[in-house]
Design a protein around this ligand. Structure first.
Ligand SMILES: CC(C)(COP(=O)(O)OP(=O)(O)OC[C@H]1O[C@@H](n2cnc3c(N)ncnc32)[C@H](O)[C@@H]1OP(=O)(O)O)[C@@H](O)C(=O)NCCC(=O)NCCS
Length: 155
């Protein structure tokens, strides 16, 4: 991934070393929810090559953890995306998604999927704006752990 200037924001490939910066802000960026257990270091050790980071003046201000499905090579999957709360609503999330979509198309993916919690109405609105269809999958992650499942074409 080469870097891209977007105003004063630069998008680059995710690095294993980004984990410490991300985990330090993760729960705060998710409005105080305990998200850290869902993002162990292994995602940065073993999946960073398909992830993205956005920096401003050398500081990480957004990230995306995503990869091509191991089981279905035509499917891309986004596990986490987060933007610094001070910089939301400026197109950074959209820019990370579009860059990721392009990377996944180059790998031969035709679809992209992700999930979110039904309480995360901002995430649902964001994914609808990004062209994803959504459906509720009851008990997706176990009893009473309902999730909104998103999918869209990369065509
Ligand atoms: C969801 C999130 C990544 C969006 O990032 P962002 O940089 O603010 O999004 P953008 O500015 O690129 O917005 C892209 C589109 O989504 C829409 N959108 C984004 N956040 C929205 C919100 N809270 N409510 C309604 N629409 C929203 C924008 O209006 C925009 O639509 P448009 O391009 O058609 O005008 C960001 O709010 C975030 O980090 N939230 C906390 C973490 C999280 O919940 N991540 C997702 C689950 S893993």
């Amino acid at each position: 991934v080469t870097s891209e200037r977007r105003g004063s924001i630069a998008i680059r490939g995710l690095r294993e070393q980004d984990y410490d910066a991300v985990i330090a802000v993760l729960d705060e960026w998710w409005g105080g929810r305990s998200m850290a257990p869902l993002l162990p270091r292994l995602f940065f050790e073993h999946f960073h090559d398909s992830g993205l980071a956005a920096e401003r003046e050398g500081h990480l201000v957004a990230f995306l953890v995503g990869f091509r499905s191991q089981a279905d090579p035509e499917l891309a999957y986004i596990h986490f995306v987060g933007v610094d709360p001070a910089l939301r609503g400026q197109g950074i999330g959209r820019a990370l998604y579009e860059r990721f979509f392009e990377l996944m198309r180059q790998l031969g993916c035709s679809r992209v999927a992700c999930i979110t919690s039904p309480v995360n109405t901002a995430s649902v609105a964001f994914h609808r704006s990004m062209g994803f269809s959504d459906r509720i999958h009851r008990d997706h992650d176990g009893p009473e752990q309902h999730r909104v499942v998103f999918e869209r074409s990369l065509g």
